[in-house]
Every structure is written in structure tokens, then in C-alpha cells.
Write a protein that binds this ligand. Structure first.
Ligand code: OGA
Ligand code: MN
Length: 237
């Protein structure tokens, strides 16, 4: 069940869908999995032995996807919206901590070209994309707990560009979180493209500053902005 709400974000009012039963933050609409995850494990379910190759094929990382100049230009366009907002945490279960966010559907010429490059890289031609780009700002102490983006609001592919800070994204297979997982280093200015199995069968999370290590090395976290492009869900209830 969802309803259309108008919420205040940055400059003026945006219209958006949110789940009506939860506290209504923008980020909520990308959630879905914590509920799906809560079922007991089925012991009869056998794990595919090549889960790792399936995961590797569906979670792609493009380091240095943009230049420092392009990063700065995106930041300059985004920052006036974000800085009017306060960092907050999702209220119902702290699933996301120390964040603020906005949706943006128009960009200046140079930044539009970057957004188009993301879309061209991530989505097959003729994919129906969401009309807005999601901009998520995590403070240095912020984190995103494991979740799968709701199939109600997001299609097969999620593409995220990381600005300002490196971070670590952990993918854990739904129902087999302890057995099948992999960490990904999201360097500043890299793009990740998560589709198919990685998008539907795995939770994703952004590790908080205390957990932020990769292959034994501490990955210092500071403020991180992600610019996330999504496509339309295939079926709408
Ligand atoms: C989300 C999410 C990851 C990121 O907003 O649902 O998982 O890269 N974001 O910020
Ligand atoms: Mn997500």
C-alpha cells in the first residue's frame, strides 16, 4: 500500500510515493528487505556453488568514473540543496543513520552529461529510467544497514556514483548472510552498477566508520554523497 505525498526537499515541494505505514522519509521507499529477511532459513535450499561468479557478474565497479573537476561540479550543484537540510536518522529502526537526501531531475549542462554517462554505462538502451536522480548525503559517522531496495519502487538496476569519500559496501545473500558475502571498495569518484542477482538476491549496506575496512586496511570515512540512478520497476501494484 502506498500513497502520494508531497514533501519538502531543498527547493520547494516534490511529489513522491512512500510506504504509508512507516515514518515517511524519502529513503524509506528504497527499503524493503528488512522485512523480507526476517523469515527463518530453509535448510533444504541449496546454495549455488558459483554464487561468487554470479555476484561478480552482476555487481560492477568503475573506478575513476569521473574526474575531480566533474566531482566538484556535481558537488557545487548539489550542495545548495543539501546544506539546507539537517542530518537525521530513520526513526523506526535506525536503518540509515546521519543522512540527508534530495531528488533532482534537472542538471546544468556539464552535470547532465555526467548523468547521461552513468545512464549509458549502467542501463541497457531503451530502459525506462526514473525521472529523478536520488542524492544521498551520509555524514562522516553515517551508515546504511543491510537492505534490498524495494521492488515496488525500483527496477533491475541501481547505479551509484560516490563523491567526497571512499567507503565500503557489503553485499550479503538474503537468507545466507553469514555464508555468502563480499565487500566492495567504493572509491571516491567510482561508479557501482548493481543489477540482477546482486540487486535482488543480496542485501547491500554502507559500513559505518568503525567497521570501514577492506582487505585488512582501514578505509577512513568522511562525508560521502552518492548520486544514484534507478530504473522503473517492471510491475506496479
Ligand atoms: C539506498 C542505498 C547506497 C549508496 O539509498 O538505498 O543503498 O551508495 N544507497 O548510497
Ligand atoms: Mn539501497
Amino acid at each position: 500500500m502506498h500513497q502520494l505525498l508531497s514533501v519538502k526537499t531543498g527547493r520547494g515541494m516534490l511529489s513522491r510515493s512512500v510506504l504509508s505505514v512507516w515514518p515517511q522519509t524519502l529513503w524509506m521507499k528504497s527499503l524493503g528487505s528488512n522485512l523480507m529477511n526476517s523469515g527463518s532459513r530453509r535448510s533444504t535450499k541449496t546454495l549455488s556453488s558459483d554464487w561468487m561468479s554470479e555476484l561478480s557478474a552482476t555487481m560492477r565497479i568503475f573506478p575513476d568514473f569521473i574526474t575531480p573537476q566533474e566531482e566538484e561540479s556535481l558537488f557545487q550543484e548539489i550542495e545548495p540543496y543539501l546544506k539546507r537540510l539537517r542530518y537525521e536518522s530513520s526513526h523506526w529502526d535506525n536503518a540509515i543513520q546521519s543522512y540527508r537526501e534530495t531528488e533532482k531531475s534537472t542538471w546544468n549542462k556539464g552535470n547532465s552529461a555526467v548523468i547521461q554517462k552513468i545512464q549509458k554505462t549502467a542501463f541497457p538502451p531503451d530502459t525506462s529510467l526514473l525521472g529523478h536522480v536520488h542524492v544521498l548525503d551520509l555524514a562522516g559517522d553515517g551508515m546504511i544497514k543491510p537492505h534490498v531496495d524495494s521492488v515496488r519502487f525500483c527496477g533491475d538496476t541501481i547505479a551509484g556514483l560516490s563523491l567526497l569519500s571512499d567507503s565500503v559496501m557489503r553485499l550479503t545473500m538474503v537468507g545466507y548472510e553469514k555464508e555468502c558475502f563480499k565487500d566492495y571498495l567504493l572509491l571516491q569518484r567510482s561508479l557501482y552498477v548493481m543489477s540482477g542477482a546482486a540487486r535482488y538476491k543480496y542485501n547491500h549496506e554502507i559500513l559505518g566508520p568503525d567497521e570501514s575496512t577492506f582487505e585488512g586496511n582501514k578505509i577512513p570515512r568522511s562525508r560521502r554523497i552518492s548520486v544514484i540512478c534507478r530504473c522503473d520497476p517492471k510491475h506496479i501494484d
